[in-house]
Design a protein around this ligand. Structure first.
Ligand code: ADP
Length: 246
């Protein structure tokens, strides 16, 4: 395996707060990689830096060998590096199919144009992916009428519409009931294995991340505290003290 994302000595401060300090890590191509750590340890800041949401203070971020730390969100998205958010970003008054069709945001056109100009292939793909996440029967319902867990599945399908190479997922299982969580885990694994999408996942649910990840990084106080396989991380005394034992 080779690194698809290489974060080297990245630091990012907000005023006096050092949200990320000298972080270096890699995400292997084709892997499921976990990012854990206590609240405020800098996980979301790192994701935001990787996808170009804000400039970093120092260090470098490479995607497929190319420096991306000076690029903007749409430029990075066009390269195939996308993220989802802790809170879903769907249009509640549109139905699921419509949400899917306007989710290809990087074509330099307005939402209305994106909605009108979709191709038969895109409509077919939208329905296929809604089927994949188990929402096919609900495809004509307003997205706002779905449960929170179903909205997260919709958001996952919307991200897949963009055919990402790497998907960064910010707490995909937060707020989802346990039965839907298992379905989501299966689909994430399927997207990884069958569609070949590399997944980098922030997750607080230890059962979920230990079950899925090939490799896990743990942050604390803005720094990289530990890295290893799920087994190594679970048994790492520093991780237990800073996070698991809390
Ligand atoms: P985590 O995702 O691990 O909970 P964050 O990356 O959200 O951690 O936050 C790390 C630190 O950076 C926190 O102290 C947080 O308050 C601060 N921080 C994050 N984003 C901002 C921002 N936009 N402005 C000011 N401070 C921020």
């Amino acid at each position: 395996m080779s690194a698809i994302i290489e974060v080297s000595h990245v630091s990012k401060s907000f005023g006096g707060v050092k949200a990320n300090e000298d972080i270096s890590l890699t995400v292997e191509k084709g892997s499921i990689t976990g990012l854990i750590g206590p609240n405020g340890s800098g996980k979301t800041t790192l994701f935001n830096s990787i996808v170009g949401y804000h400039p970093i203070d120092s260090g470098s971020i490479r995607f497929e060998g190319r420096e991306i730390s000076k690029l903007l969100v749409p430029e990075i998205a066009r390269l195939g590096l996308l993220r989802t958010f802790q809170q879903t970003r769907i249009y509640g008054k549109m139905n699921c199919v419509e949400n899917m069709l306007i989710s290809i945001p990087h074509r330099k056109m307005t939402l209305l144009e994106a909605f009108r100009r979709n191709t038969p292939e895109e409509r077919e793909r939208a329905e296929h992916l809604l089927h994949f996440v188990g929402l096919y029967e609900k495809r004509w319902l307003q997205a706002g009428s779905l449960s929170f867990g179903q909205q997260k599945l919709l958001e996952f399908a919307m991200a897949l519409m963009n055919e990402p190479t790497v998907l960064l997922l910010d707490e995909p299982t937060a707020g989802i009931n346990p039965t839907l969580i298992n379905g989501l885990i299966d689909r994430l694994k399927h997207a990884n294995r069958e569609f070949g999408i590399t997944l980098f996942i922030i997750e607080h649910n230890m059962r979920v991340i230990m079950n899925m990840a090939d490799r896990i990084y743990c942050l604390a106080h803005g720094r990289l505290l530990a890295e290893g396989t799920p087994e190594e991380i679970q048994n790492d005394q520093r991780v237990i003290d800073a996070y698991l034992g809390a």
